[in-house]
Ligand binder design. Structure first.
Ligand SMILES: [Zn+2]
Length: 249
């Protein structure tokens, strides 16, 4: 009978309400942060521009000043704006873009899933294009990378580098260098997610590995036969297989 007793005690309402308020304030803070990110770089919010005062900005964004301050603090932490004592908040000279083609690290399980789904779209398309555009040299390279991957697995290696090299060879063959560039920029995340998939997968290793080898072989065959749809399907099936291996679906 704990619940009714709790419900009848006003004092216990407070923490729940406080937690809910804190949570909705945080969600609101995230939203304001996104809104401010959209504004940065637009007229009035160019590099070195002074942001409107807290009152004006909070009115413009339709939030309280504490919520606005929270979002501004995050932008400050990220180096996107800075405060100058007595004169307000300014947009950083050059917005941080040290690695324009790179993602930040994968931070949580939702990120990892989103990343794998992104690979699915991108590499499915790359494989389809490779089927149409690949030269015989590129086909040879795809085959060589697939064989090296299988050999590495047979030798007991985790074969992560060889796996990435196979996917890279497909991207290289697709006739649009931006696929390969994007793959290259995402290599750290790819390495991380493959490693995680290998270590967390519940399936027996041998079974999983032969599955991956078959999937790679299907991609290679479709590209060899210049069958774009089959190549796309095979690559997507391979990467969806990775998601299933990781998330158990
Ligand atoms: Zn693979």
């Amino acid at each position: 009978m704990k619940k009714p007793a709790r419900r009848s005690t006003p004092a216990t309402h407070l923490p729940v309400a406080a937690v809910q308020a804190a949570r909705s304030e945080r969600l609101l803070g995230d939203k304001v942060y996104e809104d401010l990110m959209q504004l940065l770089g637009t007229p009035g919010f160019e590099p070195r521009a002074r942001l409107p005062g807290e009152t004006a900005l909070s009115q413009r964004l339709g939030v309280s000043r504490p919520v606005l301050r929270q979002a501004l603090a995050r932008l400050r932490d990220e180096g996107r704006v800075y405060a100058r004592k007595g004169s307000g908040t300014f947009v950083t000279d050059a917005l941080p873009q040290a690695q324009p083609m790179s993602l930040s690290t994968l931070e949580n399980i939702a990120d990892i899933r989103a990343f794998l789904e992104f690979r699915c779209f991108m590499e499915g398309e790359a494989a389809a294009r490779a089927a149409l555009a690949r030269s015989s040299d590129q086909m040879h390279e795809i085959r060589r990378c697939r064989e090296r991957f299988e050999q590495a697995l047979a030798d007991g290696s985790d074969a992560v580098a060889e796996d990435i090299a196979f996917h890279d060879a497909v991207a290289q063959a697709c006739g649009n260098r931006f696929f390969a560039m994007t793959m290259n920029a995402l290599a750290p995340q790819t390495r991380f997610s493959i490693g995680l998939s290998r270590s967390l997968s519940g399936r027996p290793q041998g079974q999983r590995r032969s599955g991956v080898c078959d999937e790679h072989a299907a991609v290679e065959l479709a590209i060899d036969e210049r069958d774009a749809q089959a190549a796309r399907d095979a690559m997507e099936a391979h990467l969806r297989g990775g998601i299933a291996r990781l998330f158990g679906q």
